[in-house]
Design a binder for this molecule. Structure first.
Ligand code: NAD
Ligand code: ZN
Ligand code: ZN
Length: 379
């Protein structure tokens, strides 16, 4: 079958790889109809992780069940399913408590697994014609048959739940004001989720014009951090107090307005200033325990200069980590089915699998309006 294979920094190719097969009675093989490219894929694409050439990318996958292992009970050939990006067992201590991003079974020595991702276990990605799904009864979420809402549903694998997770970590509640840093796909979904949860005012901070426009379209207030200090811009629109809650949807690749360079702690520090005393921060943006390409010695070891003193003084809370997609996916799916949510506004491009190399290049440069790309391997 064809798959998107990592060849080295800034290089992917669509190549023939071996077909996946049932390796365990609880596996299914899914024929992929939609698979999205994620900002997290770019960390590997840019060569800033330990990802080795040869890895097949793709952790945001949707398709039709093609083969079932003998032990699979709740799904059958022909079912339309979307897979949370977390590979999880469903029965370990963490899964049982709902923390499926920290499954203790699927990736020994490291809490949590994912498809097509460095250090997240031996699970091949789904930017391909077919995908093997382990513990399939747990890792497949059933969708209505047909092709309706295809582009909304594929976002259930990661970014819609991840934006929602940012709000959950910050406990965004009706009437509150929320500052979302990052207008990428995750930031858009965080802003959208904040509005779904009844926030009174949502700010989205970025500098990419198309991304700020998208935020405005859904009813958020765009804040261009190149115009002036975003902290001051948001304070000016929240009675000088700062917002009630904040979401970091940027992560360690944050760009500094002053220096124009990457400064991994800049968004965390902006949020400590932006959010009012006793507020809370949700941090779905990724931070890593090691980043050899980081600008200083501490950052190389995942240690950042964050204003913890100010965080304490203001009595703020902060929640972090990968999203436990399974925890939210059924409810978010049902919002889509009932017409109460339409996250696909964030998708800028739908392309055949063959165009993955071009899509990676443009999405990485954040040019030509590339905000979120969905690939269709069987178009
Ligand atoms: N927690 C999880 O499970 C999870 C899941 C998916 C993605 N992520 C992470 O979420 C983050 C965002 O993902 P994405 O796909 O939206 O990525 P993205 O790179 O497309 O978006 C990040 C945006 O942040 C903007 N930005 C950079 N510096 C900024 C600053 N100082 N202030 C405000 N905005 C700034 C960029 O212009 C860009 O538009 C990444 O770190 C990704 O790895 C986490
Ligand atoms: Zn993702
Ligand atoms: Zn588990």
């Amino acid at each position: 079958m064809k798959a998107v294979v990592y060849k080295g920094p800034f290089q992917v190719a669509v190549e023939e790889v071996e077909d996946p097969r049932i390796e365990h009675p609880n596996d299914v093989i899914v024929r992929i109809t939609s698979t999205a490219i994620c900002g997290s894929d770019l960390h590997m694409y840019e060569g800033r992780t330990a990802a080795e050439p040869g890895i097949v990318f793709g952790h945001e996958n949707l398709g039709i069940v093609d083969q079932c292992g003998d032990g699979v009970t709740s799904i059958k050939k022909g079912d339309r399913v979307v897979m949370p990006f977390n590979v999880a067992c469903g029965f370990c201590k963490n899964c049982a408590a709902g923390y499926t991003a920290f499954c203790l079974t699927v990736n020994p020595g490291f809490a949590g697994g994912a498809y097509g991702y460095v250090a997240m276990g031996p699970y091949r990605g789904g930017q391909a014609e077919y995908l093997r799904v382990p513990f399939a009864d747990f890792n497949c979420t059933k969708l209505p048959p047909g092709t309706e809402h295809e582009t909304d549903f594929v976002l259930l694998a990661d970014i819609f739940p991840t934006g929602y997770h940012g709000c959950e970590l910050a406990n965004v509640s009706p009437g509150e004001t929320v500052a979302v840093y990052g207008g990428g796909p995750v930031g858009q979904m965080a802003a959208y989720s904040a509005l779904l949860r009844g926030a009174s005012k949502v700010f989205v901070v970025d500098r990419v014009p198309e991304r700020l426009q998208k935020a405005e379209q859904i009813g958020a207030i765009p804040i261009n951090f190149e115009d002036s200090d975003p902290v001051e811009q948001i304070k000016a629109q929240t009675n000088g107090e700062g917002s009630d809650k904040g979401v970091d949807a940027v992560g360690y690749q944050a760009q500094s307005r002053q220096s124009g360079r990457e400064e991994p702690a800049v968004v965390l520090n902006s949020l400590v200033q932006t959010v009012r005393p006793t507020g809370a921060l949700g941090v779905p943006g990724l931070y890593v325990p090691a980043d050899p390409g980081a600008p200083d010695e501490h950052a190389k070891q995942g240690m950042l200069l964050v204003a913890v003193g100010k965080l304490f003084e203001k009595g703020m809370r902060m929640g972090t980590g990968q999203t436990n997609v399974k925890r939210y996916i059924n409810r978010l799916r049902d919002l889509i089915i009932e017409g109460r949510a339409k996250p696909s506004f964030v998708v800028s491009h739908e392309l055949p699998l063959e165009q993955a190399p071009e899509a990676y290049e443009k999405f990485d440069k954040r040019i030509e309006g590339y905000t979120k790309v969905v690939l269709h391997p069987h178009a």
